[in-house]
Design a protein around this ligand. Sequence first.
Ligand code: 26Q
Length: 803
Amino acid sequence: MTNIFTNAKTFEQAFVTQLENTYAIDFKDSNAYQQYLALGTLLKEHISTDWKNTNKIEADKRQVYYFSMEFLMGRMITNNLMNAGVYDVVKEAFTNLGLDINEIEHKETDAGLGNGGLGRLAACFMDSVAALALPVHGNCIRYRYGFFKQKIENGYQVEYPDRWLKDIHVWEVRRDEEAIDIPFYGHIELHVDEKGKLTVYHKNAEYVKAVPYDVPIIGYKNEVVNTLRLWSAEPSDRYENQGGTFEYHKKLRQISEMLYPNDETDEGKILRLKQQYLFSSAGVNAIIRKHKKLYGTLENLSEKAVFHINDTHPTLIIPELMRILVDEENMEWEKAWEITRHCVAYTNHTILSEALEKWPIRLLQPLLPRIYTITEEINRRFELELKAKFGDYAKQVEEMCIIKNGMIHMANLAIVGSFSVNGVAQLHTDILKGIEMKTFNDYYPNKFNNKTNGITHRRWVLQSNPELVSILKDTIGEGWIKDTTKLEGLLKFVDDKSIQKRYDEMKLARKQALAKKIFKEQGVELDPTSIFDIQVKRLHEYKRQLMNALHIMHIYNELKTNPEVRNHFHPHSFIFGAKAAPTYYFAKKVIKLINTIADKVNNDPDTNKFLKVVFVEDYNVTYAETIMPAADLSEQISTASKEASGTGNMKFMMNGAITIGTLDGANVEIAELVGNDNIVIFGMNAEEVTSLMASHSYNPYDLYEKDPHIKRILDQLTNGFFDNVPNHEFEEIRRNLLERDTYFVLKDFRSYVMAQAKANKMYQNRSEWLKKSIINTAKSGFFSTDRTMEEYNRDIWHLEKIK
Ligand code: 26Q
């Protein structure tokens, strides 16, 4: 096959032919969407040989299967063009044809198959493993509806469905021949023959057909193409009409219908459990089928396959593997367990105990009868082991057992059934090892390890910040793209006035681009020379968007009542982006509060030259690509110990923002890298938070009484200060802060105000600020997922790179 991407001319011809042949129209009559599809189709064909070859080369190699309920891929077109090394050719050809490549890229809808951090991390991992030529493949669900679209109506969040699959998804390949029937419900019959051989029958099961759709993951200019496999639920031919066809169809469709818009909370819904089993079981069975075809045995499975589970959501692969080995392969339990334990690795993403998944037996047992009895047996044997070591009534037994009080504790199952457990930032891992999972860590001293998160610099700089790419090219060259530690080379230029100037221009350009988008979409005008202070992430109490909002009220009060303040305050634009879980009442109130503050502040002619607030609608991956490069200040202000890592903090840092934050998650590591002069840290640290919580001595009301600024703000929440809402609108927020303040907003408030004042002052010393900004980029190389993935491979996976 000739390579049509060799130069602009050949591509132009192929592109025009493709368009005209597909749609039977003249090129000049085609629209941008058709052009997008033609481009995608040609690119997919172009990489198909590499895809096939990668699969062939990898076939008998050890491989990793990354199981995640979420892959927040965003848009793939730009990434694919760049990684395939054809972006410039296409751009040139389009210019010749009078087309705007940006407009065409924008025709692709985001693949929003994720909630936030955990899902986006999985997407960054996929980009890095392909770039590093590591044979790692994703497994997930092909949700027909991704994460909801957010509209702000009268200041409130309203959710709309995200029908991303309504049009053609150009990148996927449906693989009917690899579909797998998955049994739900029914009952189990066990038969033991005269030789003692056990046979398990699953009777009256309701089968659902899982159909895989493969999406290529293109490595950065290295001819490697890995696979992200998305499973879809369809009617099975094995359906035996037990319950009425209509009901059956309706219920099974729901399985891959939508992504649960909930993070950090365990909803305990049966549909979610069906989703988990569908993709875990289908994924494992497909891999095993392939393995058996190649080797005829599963005895060597753990040499060839690692099943990596992204949080506990796919933990059912542990009993599922046991089921296959014991029931289908007739393996001895001990041997099957040995293999299973050596195949599975688990990453934990949270320490909030309410977020640790637990499934009630009464839900799991009827839905997955065999998986339940296997889990019971895993638990029975593990308890025996613990009792032998610690005694029958030891607290270790109670703490570590998998099934207790009618619940199956998925984290415990994942720890017991895996060979590696990792946290996602040093502090997070320390807390897991030393506090939350201490008993387990004592019992399995070598199982726990840290793998600090990262981000793919190819999407978050190369693709999103052309001005920075150009500065880097002129200072340190292009080596940083393959090896981000080379960014440190920038340190030589921190005092170079011409480079500082270019950094200044880069930020201004990126801020203008964001301001333009915000103005176009929401009509709010931002001054690009003001400080862009940005907090974008899911809305959660522990992330403390509320503290940010209260601080804005404080600034407004000061500017308003004390005009002198205006003389030394650099104009400040506060930008928020966040989605709240649809059922999270308090989080939605905080969105309303931010919008109410924005309404007041932006329309006050006394202050709006100094202070603007905007809540951007429908923050998603594509939006983030404009936001990350545009920040001066990166808000990372969670209650210390609560944010496992954070990854937005890394994206901002790489693009030269200065972090204002607590010593939480990966902020701790950012601070260590850049040093105290190049970050603004405030508030309690994790130990202080933990001991204050343990002492039960915190009384937020004292702060209200003692601190007149706090008092003023809390009173304004309900005293008519906001004209367009009833006085009780923010009553719950006020009460919550005064009576509980679980996340220590008031406790850290004073320190946050001082940190903000310090940042504002720092910003006004231009040369010093630019220097800090450059240092932040220079030190950010550590946070590339290329480094993260190399560490996973070195310590957990042990894969050979694809030649
Ligand atoms: C569980 C059960 C039922 C319904 C939903 C869930 C659920 C879904 C998603 C629970 C948690 C999540 C997502 C968690 C998450 O995104 N955690 C974040 O992971 C990032 C990547 O490691 C970290 O940087 C963040 O600190 C962490 O909050």
